[in-house]
Design a protein around this ligand. Structure first.
Ligand SMILES: [Zn+2]
Length: 368
């Protein structure tokens, strides 16, 4: 296939660029390999690895402080789990980070805090991180990428980049405003109408009341900007639909939507609301079934059903949560044994055409 020029409509550029500077542990299959890959890529004497998943290793266990101390001695080591909900550090690294935990594990907000301490400790220049990351996007044939969480303090590193923001101070320069309505299926925090099949009594949670959400959405719309709302469970999608009926911008977007009920799919199609999917998240079908149960899973990750019912689809990688490559996403989707999957070319066309059209931009391959 020729170079088409992709537009990634949902990426986290700073984190993507930062991750590109560290050892990629995604393919690691045993602890011995983990050690050798990390040792091969020191930065200022630190060893930092990202995208590690113990489930893909033969040992199936997350290395802890003791293991790392034994394997690396006084060299500071930090390993990020692929989900970004967990990071592990050895004793030397914890000393330098000014943090302490018995087994070396840190969770949730601490993961991002540690990630953002690293550039200074490793003496890597933000400009160089960004340049390397953007070069990597170029190699993946991604000609344009929309950042979904531009940070006020890093705005200056991303001159040309188009972005959504969660910071009202950046709204005037942004394409729109990003809101998180719920959590994730993995962490069982996505908001569902019916309880989690593998956690009775748990329905996930919503971050806002309808009134709170409507107030923010109206404020954004008033300055002529759209919103992009992260909504993974059906209860979050219901809330989005209720609120958007009261205040609407033609470019409002819904992000992720791993699980939708059939009635919601029709409502989104009728309302002409664009849904930005992450085709590569279809990989989650292997474990999402346990969360949702046999009934709900039938319309989960059902991108082909959304297409059939007339929902306008956009695509993004959500990298570095998962792989940025549109080809990898297309391969993942095409290899599924699932009636509602999209084809390989359909996935690539979302990146090569649908995304560009939504913003009224000329796809870059027309220009070449
Ligand atoms: Zn995201």
């Amino acid at each position: 296939m020729n170079t088409r020029g992709f537009l990634d409509a949902h990426i986290h550029l700073w984190e993507f660029c930062l991750f590109s500077s560290f050892a990629n542990l995604a393919g690691v299959s045993c602890q011995e390999e983990l050690i050798s890959i990390l040792k091969a890529r020191p930065i200022e004497s630190w060893l930092v690895g990202v995208r590690f998943n113990q489930e893909s290793t033969k040992e199936k266990s997350m290395p802890d402080r003791c293991f790392l101390d034994k394997a690396f001695g006084q060299v500071p080591v930090v390993i990020f789990r692929t989900c970004l909900h967990l990071v592990v550090a050895n004793t030397t690294a914890m000393e330098k980070l000014g943090r302490r935990s018995e087994n070396g594990f840190f969770y949730e907000a601490d993961v991002f805090a540690i990630l953002n301490q690293l550039p200074a400790l490793l003496r890597i220049q933000p400009e160089i991180i960004v340049r390397n990351g953007m070069a990597k996007l170029e190699r993946l044939e991604i000609k344009k990428a929309i950042d979904m969480g531009m940070d006020f303090n890093r705005r200056s590193f991303f001159d040309e980049v188009l972005f959504y923001t969660t910071d009202m101070r950046l709204l005037n320069e942004a394409l729109g405003f990003k809101l998180f309505l719920d959590g994730s299926l993995g962490a069982r925090t996505a908001a569902l109408i019916d309880e989690y099949s593998d956690d009775p009594g748990n329905y996930g949670f919503l971050n806002y009341s309808d009134d709170e959400l409507l107030a923010i959405v109206k404020k954004v719309h008033r300055v002529g900007k759209p919103v992009a709302c992260h909504a993974i469970g059906d209860r979050a999608v219901d809330q989005f639909i209720r609120v958007i009926k009261k205040s609407r911008h033609p470019q409002d977007r819904l992000e992720h939507v791993q699980y939708l009920r059939p009635d919601q799919i029709d409502t989104l199609a009728e309302a002409g609301i664009a849904v930005c999917i992450q085709p590569i998240f279809s990989r989650e079908l292997t474990w999402a079934r346990a969360r949702l149960g046999p009934e709900r899973i039938k319309t989960a990750y059902a991108w082909g059903l959304l297409r059939d019912r007339g929902v306008r689809l956009l695509a993004g990688s959500d990298a570095p949560v998962d792989e940025a490559s549109p080809y990898e996403a297309a391969r993942t989707v095409a290899s599924l044994d699932y009636e509602h999957r999209l084809s390989y070319d359909e996935v690539l066309n979302l990146y090569a055409q649908a995304n560009w059209e939504f913003y009224g931009w000329q796809p870059s391959w027309f220009l070449e």
